[in-house]
Design a protein around this ligand. Structure first.
Ligand code: BGC
Length: 397
C-alpha cells in the first residue's frame, strides 16, 4: 500500500450513512414505509425471528421500522468523532449517501458534497484516517426507477459518481467502492426480501455482474483522479464448516473477489459469524466464532494483497458479550498476523448504535450507546476493552 508505513495499523470503527445519519430519502426509506405498513398488518413477521418476539419491540411499533432521525450523526458527526478519538481510534470508516450528493440524475448538490468534505476534514483534524465507502446499499430514487444495480448503465453512473467524489475529497486516501455485494444481491435478488424485492436467478446474476463491473470502472476512475488512492471493496465472509464447505466458500467468499482481483489495492473483510455455532449468542441470534476470523483471513491471503478488517461486531444491547467478542476476535486476527498475514487494520461495527435495515432500531451494535429519545451518547464498557487492546498493540511496536 503506498503511503502507509508498514508498521502503522489502523484501529477504528465503521458506520454507514443510511444507518446513522438520519434524514435520508432513498430507495430504502421508501421501502421502510411499506415494510412498516406490512408489519402493522401482520404480514411481514418473517423479518422477526420467532425466538426474539416478545424480547424486543413489537413489529406493530412502526417507529422501529423507519430510519427517520437514526442516530442524527449527520448533525453530530463531530461529537461522535471526538468520542472515537477519545477511545484511541486512529481511523474511521463511513459512507457517502449517494442520494444526497446526486439527488437528480447528473445533478450534483454542492452543499451535500461540502458536508462530506467537512466529515473528512473533521477526521483529519482529530488525527484519524478517513476510509470512504461510496455505496453501502442505498440508491437514489431516480436510479431505483431506472432499474437500480441491474440497469445497463449502472457501472457508468456509478463511475461518474465515484469520479465526482474522488475529485471533491482529495484528502481521502482509502476508498471502498461497494459494501457486501454478496449480502445485498442475496437478500435483494435471491431471497427477494430486501429492496428491490426481486426473486430471480437471472436478475441475481445480472446484479452481481453489474456490481463487479461498476467496481472495476470506479476503481480505474478513482485511481485516475488520485493516483495515490487505495481502492477496494468490503466483502462479507463467512467461515463455512458444513458440507459442502469448500463450494460455499468459493461462491460466497471468493467469487466476487476473483472477478475484481486485478482491481483492488487491498481486500476488505467484513466478518461476523460461521455456520458451525448454532446456538443464538447475540441478540440477533448469530453464533460467535472468533476462529472464523482467522480462517477467512487465511483464505484471503491467497489474493496477496494487504487485508483490512472493515467490519466485525455483535448485536448486544446489554453489552454482556461484546468485550469477549472483541478480545477473542482480535486474538485470532493477531494469530493470523503472527503467521504472516498482512493485516493492516481493524474496524469494529459500529461506532454508534445504528438502524439495522429490515430489523429496525432494536439491534444494538454500537461501541457507543444511543438514547434514541434524547440522542445522548454513552460509551459502553466494551469500547474501553478495544481501547486497551489497541493501546497495548501500539505500545508494543
Ligand atoms: C452490514 C451492516 C450491518 C451489519 C450488521 C453488515 O453485513 O454491512 O450494514 O449493520 O452487517 O447486520
Amino acid at each position: 500500500m503506498h503511503g502507509v508505513g508498514k508498521q502503522e495499523f489502523f484501529w477504528g470503527a465503521a458506520t454507514s450513512a443510511h444507518q446513522v445519519e438520519g434524514g435520508n430519502r432513498n430507495d430504502w426509506t421508501e421501502w421502510e414505509k411499506n415494510n412498516a405498513q406490512r408489519a402493522t398488518h401482520g404480514a411481514k413477521e418473517r423479518t422477526w425471528p420467532d425466538y426474539l418476539l416478545g424480547k424486543h419491540p413489537s413489529p406493530l411499533q412502526e417507529e422501529n421500522y423507519i430510519s427517520g432521525r437514526a442516530a442524527d450523526h449527520y448533525h453530530r458527526f463531530r461529537e461522535d468523532f471526538d468520542i472515537a478519538r477519545s477511545l484511541g481510534h486512529n481511523a474511521h470508516r463511513f459512507s457517502i449517501e449517494w442520494s444526497r450528493v446526486e439527488p437528480e440524475e447528473g445533478v450534483f448538490d454542492e452543499r451535500a458534497i461540502g458536508h462530506y468534505r467537512d466529515v473528512v476534514r473533521a477526521l483529519r483534524e482529530r488525527g484519524m484516517e478517513p476510509f470512504v465507502t461510496l455505496w453501502h446499499w442505498t440508491l437514489p430514487l431516480w436510479l431505483r426507477d431506472r432499474g437500480g444495480v441491474c440497469a445497463a448503465e449502472f457501472p457508468e453512473l456509478f463511475a461518474r459518481y465515484a469520479k465526482r467524489m474522488a475529485e471533491a475529497l482529495p484528502e481521502a486516501a482509502y476508498w471502498i467502492t461497494e459494501n457486501e455485494t454478496n449480502v445485498y444481491t442475496g437478500h435483494g435478488y435471491w431471497r427477494g426480501v430486501w429492496p428491490p424485492e426481486i426473486r430471480s436467478f437471472r436478475k441475481f446474476f445480472l446484479a452481481y455482474r453489474r456490481l463487479a463491473r461498476a467496481h472495476r470502472t470506479a476503481y480505474m476512475t478513482i485511481r485516475t483522479v488520485n493516483s495515490a488512492a487505495q481502492v477496494g471493496v468490503a466483502h462479507n465472509m463467512l467461515y463455512f464448516t458444513r458440507f459442502p464447505a469448500a463450494l460455499k466458500s468459493f461462491f460466497w467468499n471468493r467469487l466476487f473477489l476473483n472477478s475484481i482481483r486485478d482491481c483492488q489495492d487491498f481486500v476488505g473483510i467484513n466478518y461476523y459469524k460461521s455456520d458451525r455455532i448454532r446456538s443464538a449468542q447475540s441478540d440477533m441470534g448469530w453464533g460467535i466464532d472468533p476462529e472464523g476470523l482467522y480462517r477467512v483471513i487465511r483464505e484471503t491471503a491467497r489474493f496477496r494483497k494487504p487485508i483490512l478488517i472493515l467490519e466485525n461486531g455483535i448485536a448486544d444491547a446489554r453489552d454482556a458479550g461484546r468485550s469477549d467478542f472483541i478480545a477473542s476476535h482480535i486474538q485470532w486476527m493477531k494469530k493470523a498476523m503472527a503467521e504472516g498475514a498482512d493485516v493492516r487494520g481493524y474496524f469494529h461495527w459500529s461506532l454508534v448504535d445504528n438502524f439495522e435495515w429490515d430489523k429496525g432500531f432494536w439491534p444494538r451494535f454500537g461501541l457507543v450507546e444511543i438514547d434514541y429519545q434524547t440522542m445522548e451518547r454513552k460509551i459502553r464498557p466494551s469500547a474501553r476493552v478495544l481501547q486497551k487492546l489497541l493501546t497495548e498493540h501500539s505500545d508494543a511496536r
